[in-house]
Design a protein around this ligand. Structure first.
Ligand SMILES: [Mn+2]
Length: 406
């Protein structure tokens, strides 16, 4: 069987900051990206399309989001190409009730198939119940998404599969990491490796850029989100994987999100018009870009020089023609104008951090928590013996306080 695997579609997503034409065009981007993947599935005549979670950006959605999703999936239904999907952290409802999410509705409508993983409350230990979807003799399983228990469920699933006749495939909204991990969707590579001899294919997700595991003869793939989650996302390597379960071979097919450009420039003046004329315009002359592209500009400023980032963003969007611009200032580390005066240097650093937080989308709404997190992490550097532990604790506290999830 040939499987086309994608993940992290984030259908229904809008950029923060309200409605408007930019918000509308980004909203459409996520559907267009999914639609192109569906076209690819049809053109290649695949055996099935699999989705590794975060189908939707949120379980609370507008009616139009559901209707548009159904319309895209309908294209596959008429072509008799089955879709097998698992859920990610974004698909989950914020309250209990594991089946009360919209993927279950799409499954009921016959637009996709969903393997299940259920938690059974055993008296002494947690037990899990797994129900596969069987297509052409291959059983598709999922560990589901269980937050801090993700790794536990994954091992329970591996144990379960070792007693079941194959062939098996697994879909999981997870990505392997080598070293320490700070994210519920990241699991140690060994947690994935235990499936190596149990499955013919494993489709991952959660991280928004491509990775394969192991490097040689991979069976596990994180494809990457087909669109940028937001303008600050650094994950740029986005693709889908076409996998042949008989040959155990794969083709990596890049998917192209709305273009985003990352520039870094310097200024020695706070005069925006001068900066645009002398630095920005000459740089843009050499940049291949089209109207509606996104741009992230970082400007290195000498101590005490503050360019008006908002003015520059406005210029990039309204004069240069970018769809969205994000401008942030950077000041050299460890330098301060107010040396030798009480806690003056400490204050300068805090100001710089505040300025940075204000320009960075994921921290902007939680400036106090972010500042505390940074201070605590800086303090952890002074305690090498317990540093790791402190950083884990502090990050968990930060995520708990802000409900931020990747
Ligand atoms: Mn995601």
């Amino acid at each position: 069987m040939t499987i086309l695997h994608c993940a992290d579609l984030h259908l229904g997503r809008r950029p923060r900051g309200g409605r408007g034409s930019w918000s509308d065009s980004r909203y459409d981007d996520y559907f267009s990206a999914f639609d192109r993947i569906v076209t690819l599935a049809i053109e290649r005549g695949v055996g099935c399309l699999t989705i590794g979670g975060d189908v939707f950006d949120s379980n609370a959605m507008l009616p139009a989001t559901l209707a548009k999703t159904e319309a895209v999936l309908e294209r596959l239904r008429v072509q008799r190409i089955p879709v097998v999907a698992t859920w990610g952290n974004h698909d989950r409802p914020g309250y209990g009730g594991d089946s009360e999410f919209w993927l279950a509705y799409l499954a009921e409508k016959g637009l996709l198939l969903m393997p299940r993983a259920e938690k059974l409350s055993g008296i002494h230990e947690t037990e899990w119940r797994f129900d596969p979807v069987v297509l052409d003799g291959i059983s598709f399983w999922t560990p589901g998404w269980w937050r801090s228990q993700n790794e536990v469920v994954l091992s329970a699933l591996a144990a379960h599969l070792s007693g079941q006749p194959g062939p098996h495939a697994v879909l999981a909204h997870l990505a392997p990491v080598g070293g320490g991990y700070l994210d519920q969707g990241a699991v140690p590579a060994d947690a994935i490796r235990q499936f190596q001899d149990l499955v013919c294919f494993m489709g991952g997700g959660h991280f928004h850029s491509w990775s394969q595991f192991p490097r040689e003869q991979p069976f596990f793939f994180v494809p990457g989100s087909p669109e940028y989650f937001d303008i600050g996302e650094r994950a740029a390597d986005k693709a889908v994987v076409l996998y042949d379960t008989v040959m155990r071979s794969f083709e990596r097919i890049p998917v192209i999100p709305r273009p985003k450009h990352d520039l870094m420039l310097e200024t020695d003046t706070p005069d925006c018009e001068h900066f645009v004329r002398k630095q920005l315009e000459p740089r843009l002359k050499n940049l291949q870009f089209a109207e509606g592209d996104m741009i992230r500009l970082e400007v290195l400023c000498p101590p005490g020089i503050w360019l008006d980032a908002g003015w520059c963003e406005h210029w990039l969007e309204n004069v240069a023609g970018f769809g969205k611009a994000s401008v942030s200032l950077r000041h050299p580390a460890g330098q301060s104008d107010s040396s030798g005066e009480g806690d003056g240097s400490q204050r300068a650093i805090e100001e710089i951090i505040h300025e940075y937080i204000a320009t960075c989308e994921i921290f902007r709404d939680v400036p106090e928590e972010t500042l505390r997190l940074l201070q605590e992490m800086a303090a952890a550097l002074d305690e090498p013996a317990r540093g790791d532990e402190i950083i884990h604790e502090r990050l968990e506290a930060f995520f708990a306080a802000t409900h931020k999830e990747a």
